[in-house]
Design a protein around this ligand. Sequence first.
Ligand SMILES: Cc1cc2nc3c(=O)[nH]c(=O)nc-3n(C[C@H](O)[C@H](O)[C@H](O)COP(=O)(O)OP(=O)(O)OC[C@H]3O[C@@H](n4cnc5c(N)ncnc54)[C@H](O)[C@@H]3O)c2cc1C
Length: 442
Amino acid sequence: MDDASPQVVPISKFPHFDAVVLGAGISGLVAASVLAKQGERTLVIDDYEHVGGNHMDWTSRDGYTFDVGSLIFQDDSPLLRHFPELLPHYLPIAPTWGRLNPQRKITEYPISVRDDILAAGPIGLMRISFSVLYARLFCKKMGNARDFARYWIGDYLLRRSGLETYMKRFYGIAPEKIDLDLARKRMGWISEHASIGTLIKKLMRSRMAAGPANRQLARPRQGFAILYDAAVERLTSAGVSLRLSAGTRKIERTNDGFEITLDGGVVLTRRVISTIPIPALERLCGLPAQTALNTITLISLYFSFAGERGFSQSIIYNFSHDGAWKRLTVYSDFYGRVNGREYFAVEVIAGDHVSSVDQGEEDFRRHTQANGLFNGDLVLEGSQVLESAYPIYSKGAAQHAAQAIEALRAFGIESIGRQGGFNYQPTARVSTIEVEAALGKN
Ligand SMILES: Cc1cc2nc3c(=O)[nH]c(=O)nc-3n(C[C@H](O)[C@H](O)[C@H](O)COP(=O)(O)OP(=O)(O)OC[C@H]3O[C@@H](n4cnc5c(N)ncnc54)[C@H](O)[C@@H]3O)c2cc1C
């Protein structure tokens, strides 16, 4: 490790910190920003060699830059209050979303009145109406995410629209096994879209709501490094130290804090705030794993393409009943073609059917061909595999995570963020707000 790099603190010179933040993802960076403003002498440690956590990119020799899927931000994000210098690096975009439905049609996301409801024909319409009525009258008692979705759109539409299949694909388990609280928190859009008022508005083709007040932004074309270098510069000028590729080995209690052993030496600190996965932290502290906290492994496939892709939207969700891929994002719509070719990333949740890049590619090619997509020259340029991408919210997982976080608190460590809080944080905005709330400052 090069100790002359601005992102590396020579530990022997500054062994003692007020606070050490584990993890240099969004949660870790925001935590360091808050602590620096509170006057704490802070060190950020990460085992990765890059800052930004799961904001990971990959560039091919031909100049295509891809990422694992976390690329859309907004200009009113509270993250920009901490790091205003990020804003000029983002690219303003006007993304459009679509979805492949089980009837093999690319249509509106998340639901289309025309293609999912009216296209069902008179008998289908009757079945949709009866099943919604039945669910609203007799299925008020809910125990899981499927019950929640069924109450709002009925059994028939749940299946016909592909939402049930998508939920399984997204959460990695059958919707019957998904925690109800998560469904209420994260799937509020179903109740919104299924309210009678909204449906009438849609049928009358009136606008659902005024357009968003904020601007949508994409990461810079060349990847995340330029963004987070700017954030690191702000933090270091505020007195924060960073150690990447830290090789964190263990964390021990001392009389007045903690001793953290890294590949390059030992640091002492009064306080530890962790944003790394809970099981990794338990291991570092020598604590027994409270319980298995399962997470999703995400396989990202990076393709270039020349030909007829078969849709116009930039982002497509797979709601069809087969195919392991979950979502694809066409980067060339935002950044322009490379060598005259379009390029896009495909997210696949690793599972029973697909557990490797080769299987994911084979499955994607077969499925898109069967659905009339990507007719032409499709080349796999590369791939990445991200472990601990999302928490799996099986029933009881939230309580297990709460117990583990409580045990870590009893050991003296605050565990927060997407990984540290075992918290499904859908956006960097949410991660920022939750860290600010946990550390008590805006
Ligand atoms: C596929 C995907 C798509 C997304 N899309 C968007 C999007 O378009 N827009 C948006 O705003 N948000 C998006 N998000 C959400 C957003 O990325 C997260 O909310 C945010 O990045 C969470 O940051 P974090 O710091 O809590 O976690 P992470 O980014 O996971 O950071 C955790 C850090 O801990 C480190 N770590 C792990 N183990 C150790 C260890 N043993 N020792 C030290 N360090 C360790 C890791 O290296 C990592 O840096 C997406 C997320 C995913 C997974």
